[in-house]
Each structure stands twice: as structure tokens, then as C-alpha cells.
Design a protein around this ligand. Sequence first.
Ligand code: FE2
Length: 361
Amino acid sequence: MAVSAAKSNPKAAPAKNPGPKDNIKAVRQAYYEKISSHDMAPLWEVLSSLVSKEPHSQCVPAHWKFKDIKQFVLEAGDVITAEEATRRVLILENPAIRGKSQVTNTLFAGVQMILPGEIAPAHQHVASAIRFVLDGDGAYTAVDGEKTIMSPGDFVITANWAPHDHGNTSKKPMMWLDVLDMPTINHFETSFANYFDDPIQTTTRQDGDSYCFYGSGVLPDGTEASPARTPVINYAYARMRPILERLKKTGVIDKHHGVRVRYVNPTTGGWVLPTMGAHLALLPKGFKGERYRSTDGTVFVCAEGQGATKVGDKLFEWSQNDVFVVPPWVPYAHSAGKESVLFSISDRPAQEALGIWREAA
Ligand SMILES: [Fe+2]
């Protein structure tokens, strides 16, 4: 056709003969198609995206206001019971990867609610979970035979395969943030779970035993180092908050993170879990944090106060119980108009164990 068109229009450019470049393109394409039918592919076509010069997260920064969370979670109470749902949780999905039940590539985040009189039945699973209590007072989580009564700001650990159930014997709805390493476990395709016949596990210890025995600067005789999990069930806010206050008075204020502590496993001094690690940070009134970034995508919760965090080119203005996420290697900087406390959790322990964690200003 091209030849006849050139004949009918003398001004038209003559058809270009295929050059060596076109030839090699066609040759390569034919080759790729041939090997594709044998489930093979050329690395050189994808190498730059597989081995990028620096991390490029598929996730984006996102912010959930607690007033929205609370409204929608309360509405869920009209739709389904905690027992029917097994866990009545609204998933906080990263907007860039909707439908995957992930807030980052490695973490799940959701907000769970239990209404007065309800229980969430006992089960266990390979995925580890943490709870950060947002609203309500007096519901419990039972873990490994210890029933801990939860209050806002409490940090409750449910490690790999620990039996756990929740119940609300208070008069108010109870809400908390759940963060699990589920995407990591499912990446390895190692998920197991088990549901018990009895929805409420038998308690064998008193509330607070685990913190008293293991979190008080002593360890009972015979305690062995347990790198896979902390023996403490609940790092109660009532115990953590005064530590930040005392630390503030010493003047040790990090220029990025404020007055910050990390939750530790008292048998090792390491992180509370091998897959997830958490911090609690006090930002003094007027704090203007410097830019920081790290390879661990991080979920933040405002436990107290009001402030803002610049994440990449977005500004999140947060207040109490808001949740926001910073993807890996996206720079961020906190500021606080009034004294504020931020809880944060990430997959940093897993990255450190693999020797791949990095940070930069
Ligand atoms: Fe669970």
C-alpha cells in the first residue's frame, strides 16, 4: 500500500527501508515471544525497575481523620456483630493499592470496635498483631492467659501464634488501631490460623502480671531470652507517658523525632517483635522537626495534641487519634503547635534483621 500511495503522490516521502535498528527490534521481539511461551523473560528489559537506584514505594502518603474513622466504625456496629464478623475491623487501605488490605507493602492497619457486652472469639494465627487503643475504656484483650484491661494509648502485643480474644464489659464502645504483619506473612505464604471451641480463653494470670514480672527492671528466675516476642502483653500508656515527661526535662530532644522512646523486649533489649517495632514520641510545644526519611514505611497515630507532618509534598494536619502513613523513603518532618504525642509502628525490625534498613536526613 505504501508503494502505491507514493506513486499517486510524487511529493510523499519514499517508504523508508528498515534499518539495522528496526531489524534488531523485530528480532528481539520475536525472540521475546519465543521464550515467553517457555515462561522465560529477558532480565535486561526490566533490570532498572527491579534494581532501582533508590527505593520507590508503590504506596502513597495517606491520612485518616479520627472523626471519619469513628463515625464509620460506629456505623459498622449497626451492620454486623463482633462475633459474626470474628473481628469487626475497618481496614485502612493505602489509596495506591486499594483492595490489597495493606497500609504499606508489609503492614496491615485497621480500626477495630467492640460494643458493650460483645466478645471477639479466641483464635491464634502466625501473623503478629499490635493494638494501639484509641477510644473507650475498660474492654479487655486476653493474650496467652492474661486478660489486660485496655485504656487509650495502651500498646498491646499479640505475638505469632499467641491465643487472643477481646471483650467489652464496659458501658462504652471501645476502638483501637490494629496493625499486623499479615502482608509479610502472606508474602512468605506461611499463614496458619486456629479457632478455639471456647470463644473466651481461660485466664491463668492476673491483669498486669506480664508487665510486673518482665517490665520492671528484673526478670523472674529461669526467664530465657525470647527474641521472637516480648513477654509483656501491655505497655500501658499510664506507665509510658511519665517516662516521656521525665525525658523531656533532661533536654534530650531529637531534631527529627522529638523526645522518643522505643518499646523493647526486656529479655533481649531488642524490638518487641521480629517483624514490627514501635516508638512513642513527645513533640514539645512549638517543635519544628527537621526532614527525615527511612526505608521502613511507618504508620503514625496521634495519641495526644495537635500538629502537622509534611510527607513528601503533602501536609497532614493531625489531631488526637488521627492515623497517617509515610511510605518507605518518602521524606517527612513533624511540627507541633501544642505538646503532642505520636505513636508509630513500622517493619524496621525485619529490615534490620535482613541488613537492609537505611535512614537519611
Ligand atoms: Fe487475631
